[in-house]
Design a protein around this ligand. Structure first.
Ligand code: AMP
Length: 545
């Protein structure tokens, strides 16, 4: 017997309909790429998304076609996502920080037909255009007055283009499993992989993110997504905020400490999210200016491990709750959040920070397991670490144009992370499987050592890699970038770390560098570091010879 409930497909444009009807006047503020601050509302965003949908439809963009966006977080980009999805086409967010050849590769692989791009990226696209034969039209996300002279094919300003239609249009109807968005990830080896979200997965994921033990937005929140829309589906914020009817503040292209602070303060932002690097810049700004954060309640930190010192300063000095979150592009992307179950809720001080180093608990719709090399499930004891696998309706089962083959026999996806899970279900990433340091047959967590090193007041950033060792196979080498105008010695850093981890985990040496290389999504490029230090001779290795 089937249930007798209505058939109401989970389609993304229903989210913007809901926000426009029930939270019509809620402000959406942007630091525009042209410069001035711009304000709109959910009602206007929906109306203009419909115009964009109509305009795309007029150009022959159909169900399943891909429309690329190369853009910062702005109201126009938000409209674009909903307009594109509303006719069953697919927004494809392109990360401008990728190497140029990679950008060309993914745009061609995705077979994008239209490119919507911010003014910032016009020179880049002009350089690449010859390599993008399938793009039929470039739409510059600006108005006629700011439209640059450009050689790009059929280039038009977004405002002129959407004003060519009257907006009298209805969303198209299709199945909830229809693809809605696309984001390439370059986490693994080889070419980037296309992750394809469906309408259903984005709606479910938006609801999941609003769980109060995840991000938990409400209509009283002012949400600022600092994480760019071209990173991992913007951590669900473009769905979760309108579902909740939360006001939004879009930072545009300026993500430095002073600019982020200005928006947080001026618009009384209550909740924001980004990678640790952004928060390090903000904290430096606050320290330098003596500013405070009286309105901010929650900061979500993910993408890479949240340094303990960052969590401590936010909480102890500024009274802002830190939510350490973990996920990946293939998971839509949220996987876990470190909020407090009753078992941990009473903890304070260092004991609380210890728990916050974990990536946290999984919400309903994310199932986790850790396994050993033979595929056997490992215990949730907070000590045993193994490969982390996940399952759920917002987790990828295949990459675009690749054969099915991502899942194990139980339907789990291999995250490539190594982690522990404790008895209360709190997951802690100890490493990427390929970054773990294997010393004498045991594993050393590079992330733990990095977190510890950045706790030193003179250390701005740290990376730990395994370096060949004649006796132990590999031993950890700590690579450090010092804070501006600071100097330190190897022994000073090691002394600080000593006693805080097992002795055999201690790095065998420390090197100071000006810069640590990062990927386009802000993660440390360990492959580059390993290459650079592949012939490095550790003092202990020399002695063992
Ligand atoms: P991406 O798909 O680019 O978001 O990368 C996903 C990967 O980033 C994960 O598999 C982890 O290795 C890493 N990652 C994301 N969040 C965290 C976190 N909070 N702590 C440690 N690693 C993280």
């Amino acid at each position: 017997m089937l249930g007798l409930m209505q058939d109401w497909p989970l389609l993304c444009h229903r989210i913007i309909d809901h926000a426009a009807i029930n939270h019509a006047e809620r402000p959406i503020v942007t630091r525009s790429i042209e410069g001035p601050l711009h304000a709109t509302t959910y009602a206007e965003v929906r109306a203009r998304a419909l115009r964009l949908a109509q305009r795309l439809d007029k150009d022959g963009i159909r169900l399943g076609d891909r429309v690329a966006t190369l853009a910062w977080n702005t109201w126009r980009h938000l409209e674009a996502w909903y307009g594109i999805m509303g006719i069953g086409a697919i927004y494809h967010t392109v990360n401008p920080r990728l190497f140029h050849d990679q950008i060309a590769w993914i745009v061609n692989h995705a077979e994008d037909r239209v490119m919507l791009a911010d003014l910032t990226f016009i020179p880049l696209l002009e350089k690449l255009a010859d390599k993008l034969p399938a793009i039929e039209r470039y739409v510059v996300l600006t108005d006629g007055a700011h439209m640059p002279q450009t050689s790009l094919k059929n280039a038009v300003s977004y405002e002129d283009w959407i004003s060519e239609v009257d907006g009298d249009f209805a969303w198209k109807k299709f199945d909830e499993n229809t693809a809605s968005g696309m984001c390439y990830t370059s986490g693994t080896t080889g070419n980037p992989k296309g992750v394809v979200y469906s309408h259903r997965s984005n709606v479910l994921h938006g609801l999941m993110a609003n769980n109060s033990d995840m991000k938990g937005y409400s209509s009283r929140d002012v949400v600022m997504p600092v994480v760019p829309m071209f990173h991992a589906n913007c951590w669900a914020m473009m769905f979760a905020a309108p579902i909740a009817g939360a006001s939004m503040v879009m930072p545009g292209a300026k993500l430095d400490g002073a600019s982020v602070f200005e928006l947080l303060d001026r618009y009384k932002v209550t909740c924001t999210a980004a990678v640790p690097t952004v928060w390090l810049m903000l904290l430096q700004h606050l320290e330098g200016t003596g500013s405070k954060l009286p309105h901010l309640k929650k900061v979500i930190i993910g993408g890479s491990a949240c340094p303990r010192a960052v969590a401590k300063v936010f909480q102890d000095i500024y009274g802002v709750e830190v939510i350490h979150a973990w996920g990946m592009t293939e998971m839509s992307p949220l996987g876990t959040a470190c909020t407090f179950k009753p078992e941990y809720a009473a903890l304070a001080g260092d004991a609380r920070l210890d728990i916050q180093q974990k990536q946290g608990q999984s919400p309903f719709m994310v199932e986790m397991k850790i396994i050993d090399d033979a595929g056997k499930r490992l215990p949730w004891d907070g000590k045993t670490s193994g490969r982390l696998k996940v399952r759920g309706p917002c987790v990828a089962r295949a990459y675009f144009k690749e054969d099915d083959g991502l899942l194990d026999e139980e339907g789990f996806f291999d995250t490539g992370d190594v982690s522990t899970i404790d008895r209360y279900g709190y997951m802690q990433v100890t490493d990427r499987a390929k970054d773990v340091i294997k010393s004498g047959g045991e594993w050393i967590s590079s992330i733990d050592l990095e977190n510890l090193a950045v706790g030193h007041p003179k250390v701005a950033e740290a990376a730990v890699i395994g370096v060949k060792h004649p006796k132990w196979d590999e031993r950890p080498l700590l690579v450090v970038v010092l804070r501006k105008d600071q100097s330190a010695t190897r022994d000073e850093i090691l002394k600080f770390m000593c006693g805080k981890v097992a002795n055999w985990w201690m790095p065998d040496d420390v090197v100071f560098v000006d810069e640590i290389p990062h990927t386009a999504t802000g993660k440390i490029q360990k492959t580059v570091l390993r290459e650079r230090f592949k012939n490095f001779v550790l003092p202990s290795a020399a002695a063992a010879r």
